[in-house]
Design a protein around this ligand. Structure first.
Ligand SMILES: Nc1ncnc2c1ncn2[C@@H]1O[C@H](COP(=O)(O)OP(=O)(O)O)[C@@H](O)[C@H]1O
Ligand SMILES: [Mg+2]
Length: 389
């Protein structure tokens, strides 16, 4: 089945064969890594897949879920204790430190010194004797100490890592690095959606994390793997498919989310209409359905882009492959850099950029609202004979 909405797991996970192999080689050898790709490109799916496949001791933290450094630290402490068998320790500590101490001492086969250290850290933070940065760094050290005592090798993933900069100022990076570099029992995996920010953190010579990780770039899904998956799937369902579906896959450029969503719609439409034969028109209808379904998300994105001067205009010209004569080269360049920093575009060569979200690009190519509403969408570059007019 084609999965959307949550990270692709189990049999729904397609391709990434080379990535999984390389990723596993690194983390088996305790090599920290950084994986970057735009939103919805399958970073979370990839990490969860590897964590599910292998019997590693894992901690997965989504930085987006935390609204402060304190919350992030608490997540980390909760996760490491869950790993050794106690759930929800932060909440228990807020209830009663004394009770928690007793519970931990009786339930855990672990050095009381570590329990004491945990309790002390939580207590000091409660009493405001340490600030949230100190709490955060202590939580990282706590993971290492517990891992060492229990002789565990822990694989710890930080998803949407660039968001750490919303929780604290830049100096947090130096502080984290100086703590993490001493850790022998944790292999760190950093995932990030905004290419330029991730590059600044991990690939810039002046940055704290320079040389700390191996870098992995995650592109779209492999077109052949996707096509094979589709062939097998529809064969099993006894549904015939027109070869045009492969042009459609190509057109979506391996974008995991939009490809899955479109294929799922092709399939659901066939089921609903009791069709055992999928033709070109069905593919175009499904693509239009998904574009219209995504419209609110894209509109929201465009509203955000419009707030900044020139951004929408520069993006529009990029999507439509036209040259804007009315903007200076310097201004265009500055706007590209800003759009890249915001994660909307990606540099692929000297002064050459692409739009990361293929649907945003298609949407920006629709210059007639009426046609869009009537579902007569122009899919520029997709050579089809659907009922366009
Ligand atoms: N390997 C994959 N196989 C099948 N579908 C995938 C795969 N990777 C991603 N997807 C699809 O893309 C969506 C977004 O993936 P996700 O891992 O959440 O991306 P990210 O973490 O980069 O934002 C998933 O819900 C799923 O529909
Ligand atoms: Mg993700």
């Amino acid at each position: 089945m084609f999965n959307t909405g949550s990270p692709a797991q189990g049999k729904k996970f397609i391709d990434r064969i080379k990535h999984l192999k390389k990723f596993d080689m690194f983390i088996q050898n305790n090599q920290h890594i950084m994986i970057k790709a735009p939103r919805r490109f399958g970073k979370t799916s990839l990490v969860l897949k590897l964590f599910e496949q292998k019997k590693y001791n894992t901690i997965y933290i989504d930085i987006k879920k935390a609204n402060s450094l304190t919350a992030l630290s608490q997540l980390i402490i909760d996760e490491i204790y869950s790993l050794i068998g106690v759930n929800g320790i932060v909440l228990k500590a807020q209830d009663s430190i004394a009770n928690l101490f007793k519970t931990l001492k009786t339930t855990l086969k672990i050095d009381t010194k570590i329990i004491q250290l945990t309790i002390e850290t939580l207590e000091k933070h409660q009493k405001k004797q340490i600030n949230e940065v100190e709490l955060f760094l202590s939580s990282l050290d706590l993971v290492e100490k517990i891992a060492k005592k229990q002789n565990l090798q822990i694989k710890m993933a930080f998803d949407e890592f660039q968001d750490i900069l919303f929780l604290s100022d830049k100096s947090i990076l130096d502080k984290m690095r100086s703590v993490m570099q001493h850790h022998q029992f944790i292999t760190y995996v950093f995932l990030g959606s905004i290419e330029s920010v991730m590059n600044k953190i991990f690939a810039n010579k002046k940055s704290a994390f320079f040389h700390f990780t191996r870098l992995m770039d995650l592109g779209g899904l492999d077109i052949d793997e996707l096509s094979n998956f589709v062939i097998k799937f529809f064969k099993k369902e006894a549904i015939k498919i027109d070869d045009f579906i492969f042009d459609l896959i190509q057109y979506l450029d391996g974008h995991p989310y939009y490809t899955m969503k479109t294929l799922q719609t092709v399939y659901f439409n066939a089921l609903q209409n009791n069709k055992k034969n999928i033709d070109k028109k069905d593919c175009i209808i499904a693509l239009s359905n998904v574009l219209l379904e995504t419209k609110p998300y894209l509109d929201e994105m465009i509203d955000r882009i419009k707030i900044k001067a020139h951004h929408h205009r520069v993006l529009w010209y990029l999507a439509n492959n036209q040259k804007d004569q009315d903007i200076s080269n310097i201004m265009r360049y500055k706007t590209y850099v800003s759009l890249e920093n915001l994660g909307y575009i990606k540099k692929i060569g000297r002064a050459e950029y692409i739009i990361c979200d293929i649907f945003l690009k298609i949407y920006l190519q629709q210059n007639n609202d009426m046609k869009l509403i009537q579902q007569q969408i122009d899919f520029i570059g997709l050579d089809y004979m659907g009922n366009k007019k």
